[in-house]
Ligand binder design. Structure first.
Ligand code: PLP
Length: 314
């Protein structure tokens, strides 16, 4: 799947016009498969690997609100490969992503959160014993293939800059498992670019949250035989806006989601993109950043916007 998602300039933001910062959004949510998003970009590479390995069963893991599970269920359905999703009981809920996942015919197996690793092992063994060649996609599309997807995205950003004659001083995004950020950071290091990539954590606190991104960067660069000495200082992972953790939001987040929809016609959500967009604005103000060109990566999650409208923010 060729992505090459559009970048739109949205100019200044309400309440921040006096800073002179100019904002742009890269619309990963417009990837033309299953409501797009970073999980679609990552999954495309995993499914290429599935083709190469001639696997015939997909197993993955995710919560009841998971964008990753929806996209994987859809790609599996499109390729006529059966799909098994292991889901923690604690997170099973009636979200838009769950409804879509069900529509696509994926089998959902719920277990207690602490039993997830053993359940994955057992199911992989059972499928092999039944004569299948099962393929496991890590939760969220974590791992080198997921990182690779965002090295490619970084290249698209470079191409946009070259053709439009702009340079982004800052790139902001919602950071969860950190693979998306890791790919962008690898792209930056491989190009020796001088800019700040700021991951706004939507759940994980530091130091662990940041360390996971650093480890992903090192793992990817290591596989490519590229020096990884700068990995540590290239990762900015901000945990100031996680509130009480995954899925938590406050009235600033909902005000941000409403305002971006009103002013720019771009749907965000309260778990990932709205939380990160709001965090970006607070970060820029807190650090007195002015007169810069700022790119926000819209990492998708459209079904969560509809959950928000129905009064459920996840
Ligand atoms: C999964 C997800 C993220 C986080 O991506 P990671 O690579 O796990 O850090 C951000 N935004 C949306 C909409 C997501 O679904």
């Amino acid at each position: 799947m060729m992505c090459n998602t559009p970048v739109y300039e949205i100019g200044s933001l309400r309440g921040m016009a006096d800073t002179g910062n100019r904002f742009y959004i890269k619309r990963e949510d417009l990837i033309p498969f299953s409501f797009g998003g970073n999980k679609a970009r990552k999954a495309a590479l995993f499914f290429k690997d599935i083709d190469d390995k001639q696997s015939d069963y997909v197993v993955t893991y995710g919560s009841g609100s998971s964008n990753h599970c929806r996209v994987v269920a859809n790609m599996a359905a499109a390729k006529h490969i059966p799909c098994l999703i292991i889901m923690p009981l604690e997170t099973e809920q009636d979200t838009m992503n769950m409804l879509i996942t069900g529509l696509l015919g994926a089998q959902v197996m719920a277990c207690r959160l602490k039993d997830v690793p053993i359940t994955i092992d057992n199911e992989m063994q059972r499928l092999s014993a039944e004569g299948f060649r099962p393929y496991f996609i890590p939760g969220g599309g974590h791992g080198n293939l997921g990182t690779e997807a965002y090295v490619q995205c970084y290249q698209e950003i470079k191409d946009y800059e070259a053709s439009e004659g702009v340079f982004f001083d800052y790139i902001f995004l919602a950071s969860g498992t950190g693979t998306t950020q890791a790919g962008l950071v690898c792209g930056k290091l491989m190009n020796s670019d001088n800019r700040e990539i700021v991951g706004i954590s939507i759940a994980r606190p530091n130091p662990r949250g940041r360390q996971v991104v650093v480890d992903s960067v090192k793992e990817y660069l290591g596989c490519k035989g590229i020096a990884e000495t700068e990995a540590d200082c290239a990762v900015t992972f901000i945990d100031d806006y996680i509130l009480s953790g995954y899925g938590a939001y406050d009235e600033d987040v909902t005000a941000c989601v409403n305002s971006v929809m009103h002013e720019h016609g771009v749907p965000l959500d309260c778990t990932y993109t709205g939380k990160a967009f709001n965090g970006m604005q607070k970060y820029l103000i807190a650090h007195g950043i002015a007169g810069k060109k700022v790119l926000f990566i819209h990492t998708g999650g459209a079904p969560l916007f509809f959950d928000y409208l129905k009064g459920k923010c996840r």
